[in-house]
Ligand binder design. Sequence first.
Ligand code: ATP
Ligand code: MG
Length: 624
Amino acid sequence: MGELLNKIMKTQELKQKYLKFFASKGHKVISSASLIPENDPTVLFTTAGMHPLVPYLLGEKHSAGTRLTDFQKCIRTGDIDEVGDKWHLTFLEMLGNWSLNDYWKEDSLSWSFEFLTKVLEIPVNKLAVSIFEGDDNAPFDSESYKIWKNLGLPENKIYKYDKKENWWGPAGTTGPCGPDSEIFYITDKPVCGPDCQPSCSCGKYVEIWNNVFMEYFKDEKGNYNKAKNRNVDTGMGVARTVAVLNGFTDNYEIDTVKPVVQKIEEISGKKYLENKEITNSMRIVSDHIRASVMIMGDNMGVAPGNVDQGYVVRKLIRRAIHHGKKLGIENNFCVELSKVVIDIFAPAYPEIKKNEEFVILEMKKEEEKFRKVLNISPEKFKKKFIKLMNKFGKEGIEAHIKQPGQAVQIVNPLITGREAFALYSQEGIPKEEIIKLAKENKFILDIEDLNRIFAVEEKKHRDLSRAGAEQKFKGGLADTGEESKKLHTATHLLQAALRQVLGVHVKQKGSNITADRLRFDFSHSEKMTDEEKQKVEDLVNGWIKEDLEVKCEELPYDEAKNKGAIGLSEDKYGEVVKVYNVGEISKELCGGPHIGRTGELGIFKIKKEEASSAGIRRIKAVLK
Ligand code: ATP
Ligand code: MG
């Protein structure tokens, strides 16, 4: 601590300063979106401020104009294994400003610089930047280089890197892409060696802000052509910036994290930074409880479960409990920490307070459930193990001796890496617990195999999640196809029909559309009868036959509300919103895209109706 700046800067204050600054540069402040992207099959969470803006970065008109700014809550599951270091969180807030084919590099970089050095008063000598060095496809970003130099950055603080470091996109094989310029804060930490520089991960340089310039379009032939629309996308890490402004040496002393760490200290009787292991576990516990609370408390909140977002929540909570154990905490503690997190974030994200009861209940249930797994009796462990072995592996089967006419007997069975991983992924038993239980039960464990399988599986998962951010863009591109447009429109009809048949308590809780089918989650507590399903199908198909017009209007929030539009959330208050009307039967908030008339839809068919989670049903349907 005791670094140069020593400001007292709170998260809320940084956010306000940022939005005010960019508003003064002609940006419209827009509201932040849900952590769970709507209508997007390709990615589980919003991982950057840019996500909700993908359609606009691809050319759709935004009702707030061409200069936008906001703060956005994000979840980066791809960084989960990074957590424990100083600067990576799973739940993070990102500030951003965007130019939709409006201003370009000069304004973007100058404003970033002005905000950092004038508004936040960071001395220029504490900053370093990186830019794209150029290669066969695209030249050196000399424009950014000149701008940084003119702003007063010395040449030796302008680092030039290749595509790996300073290039964004395209997401798929073709699409928008371009160079970026990252801004680093230089901490007082000693350099790790003579070659220490921003690209190094030792923590000396903290990346606080990234400016992406979508300058090119990569075509099918692999050529990088200048793009028609030039967009700017920037993202500033709130936690990191607040931390360095205060002179803190990691994310964990800032106002939105510290109270959680303090509570863990209180419960465990241990001290943060006491030693490496304790520090690591405290970071993981505080990060994971923050992240799981924010996911559950979102407007589209998801409870712990076995698939998709629910699985991530489960994994976060269980990992937190596991690390709690390492800190010596044997009693339930997650609810107590959740309350601290809710208090921290309620002012910025009122939804979390609204959903408090749900969050606390689900957190309590999950912790109790997991403690049961952890305290599993040797007998039960054996049983589960056999079940999994039958299901997943043949390698260990010789170790079972099955006597004719007798039950399965275990004689020092061998647990392979794959089976151990199954125990982890299916039952949530952490790796270290499996090793412990195996020893206690005198099972033979192939540790080498286990480590190898875990490493392979974790890498797979990481790659998948990392791909997520880029996939989102691809999803945005692919998603404007005719089939998914039709399914978007059909989803509106489905909701209107459900509200007629089941009642107006039906509210959308989630939606996911691919080119082949729609999936719609809604609040309703009972299984639908065959008759109800038939009625819903008949209504929708009736509206399709009527060939109703689909019209989009842009309205101020209040007017949309007065007109009875559904799907409004309070966080859109004061904004102009897009409302889609299907004839007279549906009036619903939506980002689109939709087809022009319902007659184009074909025949609507419900494929499946099932429980999604408590009080929420899920319908899968197709158009034929
Ligand atoms: P890093 O290389 O440090 O992981 P990144 O290149 O993944 O960062 P971007 O995708 O450019 O980061 O995100 C924009 C900004 O968000 C970063 O400059 C950083 O300040 C912040 N950020 C990114 N990932 C995290 C994280 N896991 N925790 C906290 N802040 C983050
Ligand atoms: Mg990263």
